[in-house]
Structure formats: structure tokens, C-alpha cells
Design a binder for this molecule. Structure first.
Ligand SMILES: Cc1cc2nc3c(=O)[nH]c(=O)nc-3n(C[C@H](O)[C@H](O)[C@H](O)COP(=O)(O)O)c2cc1C
Length: 218
């Protein structure tokens, strides 16, 4: 794929086929994502992938916690507040409204997709040390974006999802993450189920116009 195709294909996939992702390909993607820039080349990320039986068991326990109504406690929780009194909160409200408008009475597809970990055959967890400066979160985001674009370039689909890190202790157990690392973000990787309604390719959340986000001074 050329770069523009890869970039324009980058949208959240919320239902994956059960088709496996090769371990060799996954390792290659992570190796290539190592080229990402970071503050003073600090490379603060660690990458933990979960697949196979470990993924099945993790998913089972995750679903049980969701069903029991356990409150999410993401390690980055402080970064995600729906009470942000800033323009992103308005964008989130608009996102919710666009989902309701497009999916109407099928809105539960989103919840179902999240609750079943999108059926992603590979869950990739990204961590930084607990004692990290904010720069490391920035670096981690860049690494995540590199990994997602590299995966799409190889015909894979991706979902970055905070719901996947809702219960960090569970993730720690199955992904073997040490206590001194924050479970920052997770990316589900696999092959898209193109027939799944939740993946409707006509549904792409709108972006703000250039004038809302960009100002040039000279
Ligand atoms: C940090 C982050 C967390 C996200 N968490 C979730 C999530 O928990 N569940 C979900 O369905 N989508 C999640 N998404 C996907 C966003 O909803 C999606 O990227 C956004 O609405 C734009 O849509 P698009 O990527 O399909 O163009 C997340 C994306 C990011 C970058």
C-alpha cells in the first residue's frame, strides 16, 4: 500500500475475524515500530502481546467483570474524564450523537463489541514505567500510531481501545506485566470482519474542519 492509502484506511475496527495473526508478522511490526521517535530516545514503552489460550481466558474473565458491573480503573484514568471543560468534551458529545444517528436502534453493537474485546485475536498492551514524565505518554502515543499504521500496511485492521485496559490487574496477570509499569493503552489487531454491522465502512466519525484546529501566524 502507498502511505496515503494506509493513512486513509486507519479507522477503528470493532469486530475481527477469528483468523490468526502470525507471531512472526507481529514481532516484525513491533520491531519496525521501534523506529518511532521519543524524548531523548528514551523509548519508554514496553509491548506485551496476548493471543491464543491466554487471550481466551483473559477475555472470559474480562467479560465476567463487565457483567458483574465492576467499575473500570484504568491506570491512565486521570487522563480520561468526561467532565473535561474543554472543546474535546464537545467533540465526544458529537461522537456519541453521530453514533446514535447512524446506528439508531443498533447502538448496543458498540457495547457488545467492547465487552467482547472486539474478538481481536491479538491484544497488544503498551506500558510505560509508573514513574514516567508526561512526555512518555506522548512517546507511547507515537509508538501506538506507528504500530497501527504498520499493521494496516500489512493488511491487518486495528482498534485502539481504553476499554481493553479497564481492569489493569487482569491485564497484568495474563500479559505478565510487572507492577512498576502502567498499563497505558491497548490495541486489538487482526483481520477485519467486513460483514459485521459495527464495522460499517460508511460510518466514519467526522473530523473538525481545518479552520477549527489550525492557525497560521506570519
Ligand atoms: C486513546 C483511544 C482510546 C479509544 N478507546 C476506545 C474504546 O474503548 N472503545 C472503542 O470502541 N473505541 C475506542 N477508540 C476508538 C475511537 O473511538 C476512534 O478512533 C474515534 O472515534 C475516531 O474514529 P475512527 O478511528 O474510526 O476514524 C479509542 C481511540 C483512542 C485513540
Amino acid at each position: 500500500m502507498n502511505f496515503e492509502d494506509v493513512y486513509t484506511h486507519e479507522h477503528a475496527t470493532r469486530k475481527f475475524l477469528s483468523r490468526k495473526v502470525s507471531e512472526k508478522l507481529l514481532a516484525r511490526l513491533i520491531q519496525d515500530a521501534q523506529n518511532s521517535p521519543s524524548l531523548l530516545n528514551s523509548q519508554p514503552w514496553h509491548v506485551y502481546a496476548v493471543m491464543g489460550d491466554a487471550r481466551i481466558n483473559l477475555c472470559r474473565e474480562y467479560e465476567a467483570l463487565v457483567r458483574a458491573g465492576k467499575h473500570p480503573q484504568e491506570d491512565f484514568a486521570a487522563m480520561l474524564s468526561l467532565h473535561w471543560d474543554t472543546f474535546p468534551s464537545q467533540n465526544m458529545v458529537n461522537f456519541g450523537a453521530s453514533q446514535s444517528y447512524f446506528f439508531r436502534d443498533k447502538l448496543s453493537l458498540f457495547t457488545q463489541a467492547n465487552d467482547t474485546m472486539f474478538n481481536a485475536p491479538v491484544l497488544v498492551y503498551l506500558t510505560i514505567p509508573k514513574a514516567s514524565p508526561a512526555w512518555s505518554i506522548f512517546d507511547l502515543g507515537i509508538f501506538a500510531q506507528s504500530l497501527m499504521l504498520l499493521a494496516i500496511n500489512k493488511g491487518l485492521a486495528v482498534i485502539p481501545a481504553h476499554s481493553l485496559v479497564a481492569y489493569p490487574e487482569l491485564v497484568r496477570k495474563y500479559a505478565q506485566i510487572p507492577d512498576n509499569e502502567s498499563v497505558g493503552m491497548a490495541i486489538g489487531i487482526g483481520y477485519a470482519d467486513c460483514k459485521a454491522e459495527v464495522n460499517a465502512d460508511k460510518y466514519i466519525p467526522k473530523r473538525l474542519p481545518l479552520r477549527s484546529v489550525y492557525r497560521l501566524s506570519k
